[in-house]
Design a protein around this ligand. Structure first.
Ligand SMILES: [Zn+2]
Length: 689
């Protein structure tokens, strides 16, 4: 985000050089997050405690020691599990194996994506791969599988298990069977091979989704400026230039960026074919049937009904929004009033900012990272009685000097867990905002609770010498969203770490985080935390109102787009063979479901990395939005600070992680059985259609 240097910020520059500015209306927590870089350095190598306080991780070599130690521990736990086939305790032993492995594997995966030192991220990657191979052995350990299968099917043994234990045991069994362990040898070997191919095709597909397209220079019209690098007869097209004011340029850049790359097409189609074969081998009709098995939606038929109902509900309001775009276009561009794919982003952001005279740079001054953290803290204190306390990390505890550690403390229960905040963009760091579970919560044998540890990764602009980190509205929503995941992890109290916090089905896991987006821009919440970073002045009522209204514009078009993406995801992962190329399938679906015409020769599916990461679960976004909207309207709309509702939400929705079937939790929260039709109605209310 570009920072506009108004006179005022230059004037306040000296303050920032001397000392961090914490206006009296902001708190110590805000001060920590608004701090300048120069004040952050603290690492003294001699006192290094190791990353996250793990002594082995004083140096990258420690990863190898941890890997060996976890393999040793797990090997003896595996023997214990095999011996426990007649004991209901077998599920606890499985959970211990999973806990030991996750503690190292998840941390390694996290540091691979975030640690600035190459030697650390390399050691983390090797550990990740080494443990992957061990897990593979574990997944094919027939004695281990039979012990669990026996315990769960023997009435005497399973009769001694409570519902949660049975549910978690069955989740372990399901995971086991996904590698084909219960199949005859030839099929089992085929399943292992397919798993490997899916991993390889998936990684390659994701990597290529952001790669530039090489486009022939001769296809680009001579009278349109080329905003990309040209090399010989080729253009390296790195973006669709959707923000450009030149419509000819947007059109050409869209066509060139989304032009079908044949190599990538083959990778996607191989990925889809392998997924389908694996699902068939495991006895499922399609990959979608397999992926949806333990979700709230449960099967593709329910998802399809939800998506097509949503699209019909959204049709008229989406058309009205497109008419608005068309009207603006005709004012600017006499003659051409048709709305094209390359117009959407440009016109929606232009119309919003001009209709509400909202200057992004000016607004950001009210959303310093510190002010937003203050807002979250106040909200969580009201809703759940918890405080976010900043604690100094010990030397060597964090992987980058700008990472901050928060202790989450409940007013009567004490410390609930820890959140490490790695908020600023940095070369080599993963550029997506995400929540990582590093250590899951779990009831321990000695009666104590293993406290959860999570890391939140965002890509905010770092503070400068002139100003603290200032967030755009989109970033504020992302921060609230990710903190929603973090609080799910902190507030859950599960017996088993296999189902800790966010380890639950995707269409349920996104509910707490999407719900937080409703809080983020609610005027009553904004009034409490949106304060100017230098003066402490609150955002004016006029701006609060405008901001709130601006977020209700083009919501039908946005929801239609999401539903359409989800339909493509379902069809791609539905029954195979698809009969034609994914581009032809896409073109057909585009014209059938999307109100803006498909652009011939383009293949946006090759840029959509979610086909890999979500695989038949992309609907979760809209689904969770509908569930969150129902919860918001029944429990928080009237009073977003209601403690009673917060406690109910914690007790029913957050406390169990994935320990209970998600649809049961939602039905209990809403006190009725929720059907897809009910969810569509909830979307209608949320979008005010
Ligand atoms: Zn999320």
């Amino acid at each position: 985000m570009a920072l506009v240097l108004s006179k005022r910020t230059i004037f306040s520059q000296q303050w920032f050089i001397k000392k961090q500015i914490v206006p009296r209306t902001l708190t110590r927590l805000a001060g920590v997050f608004n701090k300048c870089f120069a004040e952050n350095s603290k690492t003294l190598p001699s006192e290094n405690v190791g990353i996250l306080g793990i002594p082995e991780l004083k140096s990258p070599e420690g990863f190898y020691l941890m890997k060996e130690s976890v393999i040793r521990k797990c090997s003896s736990l595996i023997e214990e599990a095999i011996r426990s086939k007649n004991s209901p305790n077998i599920v606890s032993v499985f959970d211990e194996i999973s806990d030991e492995l996750c503690k190292v594997a998840d941390l390694a995966e996290f540091l691979r994506l975030t640690h600035p030192s190459k030697s650390f991220s390399r050691a983390a990657e090797e550990t990740s791969l080494g443990l992957g191979a061990f897990v593979e052995q574990l997944n094919t350990n027939i004695d281990l599988y039979h012990a669990l299968k026996h315990a769960l099917s023997d009435k005497d043994v399973s009769g001694q298990m409570d519902d949660v234990t049975k549910h978690v045991g069955n989740l372990f069994l399901f995971d086991f069977e996904q590698s084909g362990i219960h199949l005859e040898r030839e099929k089992r070997e085929r399943a292992v091979k397919l798993h490997e191919m899916i991993l390889a095709f998936g990684a390659e597909f994701s990597h290529n989704t952001s790669a530039p397209n090489i486009y022939p220079l001769k296809k680009w019209p001579a009278d349109v400026t080329i905003p990309f690098k040209v090399s010989g007869n080729e253009i390296l097209v790195s973006s669709p230039s959707s923000e450009s004011a030149n419509s000819d340029l947007r059109k050409e850049a869209y066509k060139a960026f989304y032009a079908q790359a044949d190599g990538q097409l083959a990778i996607l189609e191989n990925l889809l074919a392998c997924r389908n074969q694996l699902a068939n081998l495991l006895g499922f009709e399609s990959y979608s049937h397999r992926a949806l098995k333990s979700t709230m939606a449960q099967n593709p038929e329910t998802v399809e009904a939800f998506l097509s109902d949503s699209l019909s509900l959204l049709r008229d309001s989406t058309q009205t929004e497109l008419d608005i775009i068309s009207g603006w276009k005709s004012n600017e561009n006499e003659g051409d009033t048709g709305v094209h794919m390359w117009d959407i982003r440009y016109y929606t952001s232009k119309i919003i900012s001009e209709s509400f005279t909202l200057s992004a740079a000016k607004l950001s001054e009210y959303f310093s990272l510190g002010a937003c953290m203050d807002g979250l803290n106040m909200l969580f204190t009201d809703l759940y009685g918890v405080h976010l306390n900043h604690v100094d990390a010990d030397p060597g505890e964090v992987w980058s000097d700008d990472v901050q550690k928060l202790e989450v403390r409940h007013e009567s229960e004490g410390v609930l867990g820890y959140i490490y905040c790695d908020f600023f963009s940095r070369p080599g760091k993963i550029n997506q905002d995400c929540h990582f579970t590093i250590r899951g919560g779990k009831q321990q044998k000695d009666g104590r609770y293993q406290l959860p540890v999570v890391c939140l990764v965002c890509n905010f602009p770092p503070p400068t010498k002139l100003a603290p980190p200032l967030l755009t509205i989109g970033m504020v929503e992302n921060l609230f969203h990710e903190m929603g995941h973090a609080m799910h992890s902190m507030l859950a109290r599960t017996r088993y770490q296999h189902v800790t916090g966010t380890r639950c089905s995707t269409d349920f896991a996104e509910v707490p985080s999407v719900l937080m987006e409703s809080f983020a821009l609610d005027p009553r919440v904004l009034r409490r935390f949106a304060k100017h970073y230098a003066t402490g002045q609150s955002l004016s009522e006029e701006f609060i109102e405008k901001l709130h209204l601006s977020r209700t514009m083009f919501t039908s078009l946005e929801a239609t787009t999401q539903a359409f993406y989800a339909i493509v995801d379902q069809v791609f992962h539905g029954k195979h063979p698809l009969g034609k190329s994914t581009t032809s399938v896409l073109a057909h679906l585009h014209n059938a479901y999307f109100p803006i015409p498909y652009v011939k020769g383009t293949a946006w599916q090759l840029r959509f990395s979610h086909f890999h990461s979500y695989g038949a679960k992309y609907y979760s976004y809209l689904w969770s939005k509908a569930v969150a909207a129902l919860i918001w309207s029944r429990f928080f709309k009237e009073n977003p600070f209601c403690r009673e509702s917060g406690e109910r939400f914690r007790r029913i929705m957050l406390a169990h992680g994935g320990g209970k079937p998600p649809q049961l939790l939602v039905n209990e929260m809403l006190d009725e059985e929720i059907s897809p039709r009910e969810l569509v109605k909830s979307l209608r209310n949320e979008l005010k259609i």
